[in-house]
Design a protein around this ligand. Structure first.
Ligand SMILES: O=C(O)CCC(=O)C(=O)O
Ligand SMILES: [Fe+2]
Length: 375
């Protein structure tokens, strides 16, 4: 005999069902057929993207993204002009797109396809890599910073530590069968793009290129993001406004729009050229350049009909290196930020809700106390 449940019990069941699904990731919530976003995902009114805003952002003529043709950097006649564009983009925008980067379009398409198939696997396959340990070299999870999020975000992710590749490769997921190979190839390619860009950026900042070998040995983290459709996209987000910690983030996205960057007092929807890569300045480059180059706030919106995939590759100095402006940059100039390193960032992540530019702000030297400790 089937006993009819009382209203309260049914609501409780629904809540605990949602909790179980939430742990499994937002893909499961979406596939369960929910028509409403569970309460844990609903942002306070002030933080919501807002219907009107989404509409105006998508209809608005997109900002023309500063574009760097990487192949022209090798051309000594054209290099000075490209460096000028690069410097201006890092100063005024904190982002740009890169074309003619040399990564075959097929390799990019294969990586997106493999990443999609990873998130489509049954929970048990992904559960093998789920961890609350922010130091874990492979980490699968959901939301933004699961440990600290007051409100959950509509995102599932896989983070892969990529440096040194030979140490970590064997611990990456072996299913789908091609994920390791495609991710490894993309990691090598993006490291190359990062080094070409850093060489150019050091030149624009007047810093000796001898530093480049440090970037060669630098940390690299790959983040595969999956944003399933969402029944009420105006109430939640895929990722909150945040800045990335490293020097540069190189981002590959599929054709579905969702990424927005802050420019002036507006959120601009990024509408990239197919095959291009989107690059944004991170906190470490802002600290290194003593504020000349700006790490940019960005966020991800979701929509009710299409899932979206992106793969971010975050690059910085070696794990133990101290990030600080070199003498060429702070020659007699006041320091804006205290020194930092990767470990301080990870420790910060485990104890704070890392929205906006909180980490960078935590490194700010307070003007009123010139004797502020720089460490
Ligand atoms: O999905 C995107 O477009 C952005 C992803 C992102 O910001 C990140 O992984 O840090
Ligand atoms: Fe980001």
């Amino acid at each position: 005999m089937v006993m009819k449940k009382k209203k309260g019990e049914a609501a409780e069941d629904e809540e605990s069902g949602c909790k179980q699904l939430r742990v499994k990731g937002v893909r499961y919530l979406w596939e369960s057929g929910i028509k409403r976003v569970p309460a844990e995902y609903i942002l306070p009114l002030a933080d919501r993207p807002g219907n009107a805003e989404i509409g105006s952002m998508i209809n608005k003529k997109a900002l023309e993204l500063p574009t760097i043709d990487l192949s022209l950097l090798q051309d000594s006649g054209r290099r000075p002009r490209i460096l000028k564009t690069l410097s201006k983009a890092c100063k005024d925008h904190g982002f740009f797109q890169v074309v003619n980067h040399g990564i075959p379009a097929e390799a990019l398409a294969r990586l997106i396809s493999s990443s999609r198939r990873f998130f489509r696997q049954p929970y048990e396959e992904r559960a093998k890599y789920m961890s609350n340990d922010i130091w874990a070299p492979v980490r699968c999870g959901t939301s933004f910073n699961q440990l600290q999020d007051g409100v959950f975000y509509w995102r599932d992710f896989l983070k892969l530590n990529c440096h040194p590749l030979h140490t970590f490769l064997h611990s990456w997921p072996s299913s789908p069968f091609d994920l390791r190979e495609e991710a490894m190839s993309y990691a090598k390619h993006t490291k190359g793009v990062f080094l070409v860009l850093m060489e150019a950026i050091l030149e624009t900042l007047g810093v000796a290129r001898g530093m480049l070998h440090e970037f060669q040995q630098g940390t690299q983290m790959m983040v595969m993001n999956h944003f399933p459709p969402c029944p009420e996209p105006e109430l939640t987000m895929g990722m909150p406004p945040h800045s990335d910690y490293g020097f540069l983030t190189i981002l590959l996205q599929d054709k579905v729009k969702g990424l927005q960057v802050q420019h002036g007092d507006q959120w601009i929807t990024v509408d990239p050229i197919v095959g291009s890569l989107f690059v944004n300045v991170g906190d470490h480059l802002e600290i290194f350049s003593n504020g000349r180059y700006k790490s940019v706030l960005h966020r991800v919106l979701v929509n009710s009909s299409k899932s979206r995939s992106s793969v971010a590759s975050l690059h910085s100095l070696p794990f133990d290196s101290v990030v600080r402006p070199p003498p060429e940059i702070v020659d007699g100039e006041e320091r804006l930020y205290a020194d930092t390193d990767f470990a301080s960032f990870l420790n910060y992540m485990t104890s704070h809700e890392t929205k906006h530019k909180h980490f960078l702000e935590s490194r700010k030297v307070v003007a009123a106390s010139p004797a502020a400790k720089i460490n």
